[in-house]
Design a protein around this ligand. Structure first.
Ligand SMILES: [Zn+2]
Length: 238
């Protein structure tokens, strides 16, 4: 398990949590994280967040989407190695507890699968992480608050543009769900482009959520999107 724990290289974007080592960065006006341990530097935001790409308030991931991590997640997702969900939940709980203000939430919601995919797989991997995480943190678990209304295309590998297009408007708050003024902690397995968390956040916000914070086990880094690293990227569910 130790080899899965590859931390993300700092500094991270104060909003989306993307490593921004090689970018020209600007200080973030307001960050729940504040300067933290890096007392000599202001919080920074990446080029995507400067363009207000994402609807969610902040997003963070436990570690990088390295090859060992991608294998663990594929096993978890398709090999029914479901106990991994509890292990991932403990790692994410550590992340939350290190920044309790940034992650304070009223409900914890997993990113949903569409109905057909759920039937096919028999479980939602995000839910298997989110449920034990909610228990550890003592936050109410509300998997039914959010639904995926538009199915994911059957094509296995999606381009960056397709990832954004296929999730646009694909999620909605459940009819009659009470989301108004709620602070939502949204949980998924992998942050690839951020399109899924963004689409879920927009749906929750439309239903009245006051704050949406994304939390994923792994974060894909841009250098891993090179063609020779393509295999771990198959079907990340975005
Ligand atoms: Zn960012």
């Amino acid at each position: 398990m130790a080899q899965l724990m590859k931390p993300l290289p700092e500094p991270l974007c104060a909003q989306c949590g993307r490593p921004i080592l090689s970018e020209t960065v600007e200080p973030a006006a307001n960050s729940a994280f504040g300067p933290g341990k890096r007392e000599n530097t202001s919080p920074r935001i990446c080029h995507l967040c400067r363009r207000q790409t994402y609807d969610f308030d902040i997003a963070r991931s436990f570690g990088r989407y390295s090859l060992p991590m991608s294998r663990a997640i594929l096993l978890f997702k398709y090999g029914e190695v479901t106990p991994l969900g509890g292990w991932f939940a403990k790692r994410l709980a550590g992340l939350v507890r290190a920044n309790p203000d940034a992650f304070s939430a009223d409900v914890l919601v997993p990113v949903p699968l569409d109905a057909a995919r759920f039937r096919e797989r028999g479980y939602n991997q995000a839910e298997l992480i989110a449920r034990p995480l909610a228990r550890i943190l003592g936050i109410p678990f509300r998997s039914w608050l959010l639904v995926r209304t538009k199915p994911r295309p059957d094509k296995i590998r999606l381009t960056r543009r397709e990832r954004w297009e296929t999730v646009r408007g694909a999620y909605a708050a459940h009819k009659g769900a009470q989301v108004d003024k709620l602070r939502v902690l949204l949980v998924d397995d992998v942050f690839t482009t951020g399109a899924t968390l963004d689409a879920c956040s927009r749906a929750l916000r439309q239903a009245g959520a006051s704050r949406v914070v994304g939390l994923t086990v792994a974060r894909a880094l841009s250098q891993l999107t090179a063609p020779d690293m393509a295999s771990p990227y198959q079907d990340l569910g975005e």
